[in-house]
Design a protein around this ligand. Structure first.
Ligand code: PLP
Length: 416
């Protein structure tokens, strides 16, 4: 092991060289974490939209302990009550009706790999189409749908039969007017890794119309936006995100992970209608996927969100935060929905703002040059909102002082 002063050397020597680590964290409680030097941080990144109940939540702790002591893992020759309960819950929350089915996996990427195989089973000769700016994961299939040269180029050739289009309604219409055979369109309702970028107004509705008309699957990647993050169980159910008056749209499949088990690894693919009949024995599986431990935690997380009416809190606190950051130095606009918020800065200084926040004990991240992302726990209250606004204002002021930046005019960029 390591002594406190040399942990960075140990990390550099022993961990795969994939990027620096900001602190050595050892404990969390609610919305706070502590490093081994005793520094306390307000965690407004939540493990990148994962810690939906914060840290050390009693429902999480109690369920992990109880289920670990009861039954943690069995092979997929067997079903467990926890797994069946979770599948039924996911079908219900997604609104699949009777004809939905669920595959339980261990991560978002694995859920998306399953979605890619679903698309191949639907039409092996059709293209799988993703959007520029998308992030769907790092395994070779999901990576092929993640059109970022720095991520893709070292690993070419990627899987064939995949292409990306601009995230505009024009590009979508051209795609389907072009006569190419399309198996599936894979879309994030809000592009989290790109800086919490909303789709153009009406995009999902048009995507549903065109995919249905051309026999292509509409697959939504709700790994970041799903399981309550936008103040609705799924972003496709959010009137703000879809632009519909509450009717929403139904995809053929949706993938979830991140917040579903509040920090316990779990991903899922949920299918609707005919897409539920595509897999058959032998075509897919996973050793750990849907084990009783992970499933029990997800059931407890969903139950807690329901019991405490946390979706309402997500919407309310999200509005408070967006209103609170309006007018702070450097803030040009906010975007996103619920507690997935992108704060666009008036200059490309997001990395400096992130660092200044960290120095003051606030964890946020900078997914692009000019955007800060926050994705705090659904459980945040007045105290956490106030602490965030104070620390974030200090960080912004410190960075603004060192730059000659235009004074910002605050706007809300589409989805609320
Ligand atoms: N899809 C989206 C939209 C994501 O945000 C992420 C992770 O950031 C992934 C897929 C990959 O999920 P995981 O890191 O759990 O494999």
């Amino acid at each position: 092991m390591t002594d406190q002063n040399s942990w960075q050397d140990d990390a550099t020597r022993d961990l795969m060289s994939l990027g620096g680590r900001l602190a050595l964290l050892e404990r969390g409680e609610g919305s706070h974490v502590w490093d081994t030097d005793g520094n306390r941080y307000l965690d407004f990144l939540g493990g990148i939209a994962v810690n939906s109940l914060g840290h050390g939540h009693p429902a999480f702790v109690e369920t992990v302990s109880r289920q670990a002591a009861t039954l943690a893992h069995v092979s997929n020759y067997f079903a467990t009550p926890q797994q069946l309960e979770l599948a039924a819950r996911l079908k219900h929350l997604a609104g699949t009706g009777e004809r939905g089915r669920v595959f339980l996996a261990n991560s978002g990427t694995e859920a998306n790999e399953t979605a890619i195989k679903l698309a191949r089973l639907h039409d092996r000769d059709g293209l799988i189409v993703s959007l520029e700016g998308a992030f769907h994961g790092r395994s070779t299939g999901a990576l092929a749908l993640t059109p970022k040269p720095a991520y893709q180029d070292p690993f070419r050739p990627l899987i064939p039969g995949v292409k990306s289009i601009a995230p505009t309604i024009d590009a979508l219409e051209q795609l389907f007017a072009g006569g190419e055979r399309i198996s599936a369109l894979v879309v994030e309702p809000i592009q989290g890794e790109a800086g919490v970028l909303p789709l153009p107004d009406g995009y999902l509705v048009r995507a549903r119309e065109l995919t249905s008309a051309h026999g292509a699957l509409l697959i939504l990647d709700e790994i970041q936006t799903g399981m309550g993050r936008t103040g609705h169980w799924f972003a496709f159910q959010s009137p703000e995100v879809t632009g519909t008056d509450g009717a929403g749209i139904l995809p053929d499949a949706v993938t979830v992970a991140k917040g579903i088990a509040a920090g316990f690894p779990l991903g899922a693919l949920v299918t609707f209608g005919d897409a539920s009949d595509l897999f058959y024995p032998g075509t897919h599986n996973s050793t750990f996927g849907g084990n009783p431990l992970a499933s029990a935690v997800a059931n407890a997380v969903i139950q807690e969100i329901e019991d405490q009416d946390l979706l309402d809190n997500v919407r309310t606190r999200g509005s408070e935060l967006r209103e609170g950051v309006a007018g702070l130095p450097l803030v040009a606009a906010t975007r996103g929905a619920g507690l997935l918020i992108g704060i666009r800065l008036a200059a490309p200084v997001a990395a400096e703002v992130r660092a200044a926040a960290h120095e003051r004990g606030l964890i946020v991240n900078a997914p692009s040059d000019d955007a800060i992302r926050i994705a705090p726990a659904y459980t945040i209250g007045d105290a956490e909102v106030a602490e965030f606004l104070e620390l974030f204002a200090q960080a912004l002021a410190a960075v603004a002082e060192t730059h000659d930046v235009p004074s910002a005019t605050q706007t809300q960029e589409t989805s609320a």
